[in-house]
Write a protein of this length. Structure first.
Length: 320
């Protein structure tokens, strides 16, 4: 949430929506239960100052449950440190790097949720050594996603065995998927060298985990953590092999397609697959639910056959 420090928010509970009455008894009851303010027909009042309501007019009433003051932080570490000191009541978003420490706090309640964001290692298709679809399939098959999640994300993620979100209604569990079947991609004395660029230092552990697993099949993943302005410049100039991101890829397949449709401004890797383009055209034109599900299956299969990225995991976040 990009809000300036000191922004005040109201947490409202709607209790009346478009109904006629005077509501004197109900308002008195809310006051007895400890509530002090209500919003009536769009205006905020102390409960004992609410004007008489016309019983012939429809009204909307919301009880003010709490008032929140926003305090932005430059880093998650600073935010959860203040929470442990009792200076913050709620954290809107907590990364996996802070969960273990917060979970140790006896007064903390952690609510973990699945996000429609995927950790992906996007290939730059302009690099000669990444143009072979067979190599890109082997790179995907070299990743033990469950082990990687356990080792680097503390179990707070779901394996991404393809581009379609597992919770998507058209994903009935029968879609094609990447499986862990590692094969030697290059001799160990002459490894395939691939640069891995990433912006956020939070992704370093995941990058190191990918590096370790790919090393076992003869791939030397060279990690390059760069400032965002440097990364953006290199991205625009095509000066990268792969880009490790945690990017929104759902909940709809349309969101996912923004990365892989030929000519899309979000197609950072310059991926251009006739099979994927045809599958996406079928998705957009699907006249029935059955046709749409078949098109989703076709899209997933096309991406498995000609993968534009290593699909790693669907990320999780928490609120505390």
């Amino acid at each position: 949430m990009a809000m300036p420090e000191g922004t005040r928010l109201l947490l409202l509970a709607p209790v009346v929506r478009g109904r006629k009455a005077e509501y004197r008894k109900e308002l008195a009851d809310y006051m007895k239960r400890g509530f002090q303010r209500v919003k009536v027909d769009g205006k905020l009042y102390e409960i004992d100052a609410v004007p008489a309501l016309n019983k012939k007019v429809k009204h909307d009433i919301e009880v003010v449950v709490d008032r929140l003051v926003v305090r932005p932080y430059k880093s998650g570490r600073g935010a959860w440190a203040d929470m442990l000191r009792g200076q913050v009541d709620m954290l809107y978003e907590v990364g996996v790097d802070a969960l273990d420490l917060l979970e140790a706090g006896t007064q903390m309640k952690i609510h973990t949720f699945q996000r429609p964001y995927a950790y992906m290692l996007i290939f730059n298709m302009h690099q000669q050594h990444l143009r072979d679809a067979r190599i890109r399939r082997q790179l995907n098959s070299a990743i033990d996603r469950r082990e990687l999640i356990a080792d680097t994300l503390r179990g707070h993620a779901t394996p991404a065995t393809g581009p379609v979100l597992p919770q998507h209604w058209a994903n009935d569990g029968s879609l094609a998927e990447f499986k862990y079947k590692p094969v030697e991609i290059a001799p160990f004395d002459k490894p395939l060298r691939i640069r891995c660029m990433y912006y956020d230092r939070v992704n370093e552990r995941l990058a190191l985990g990918l590096q370790k697993q790919l090393r076992s099949v003869g791939v030397d993943l060279i990690l390059e953590q760069v400032p965002s302005e440097v990364g953006d410049e290199r991205l625009a100039g095509g000066d990268f092999d792969t880009l490790l991101v945690d990017a929104v890829s759902g909940p709809t397949v349309w969101r996912t397609s923004l990365f892989w449709q030929s000519g899309s401004p979000y197609n950072f890797g310059h991926f251009d697959s006739p099979l994927v383009n045809v599958a996406l055209d079928r998705l957009r034109a699907a006249p029935t639910e059955a046709d749409y599900k078949a098109a989703v299956a076709g899209f997933q299969q096309a991406m498995i056959d000609d993968p534009p990225a290593i699909f790693v995991a669907w990320s999780q976040r928490a609120r505390a």
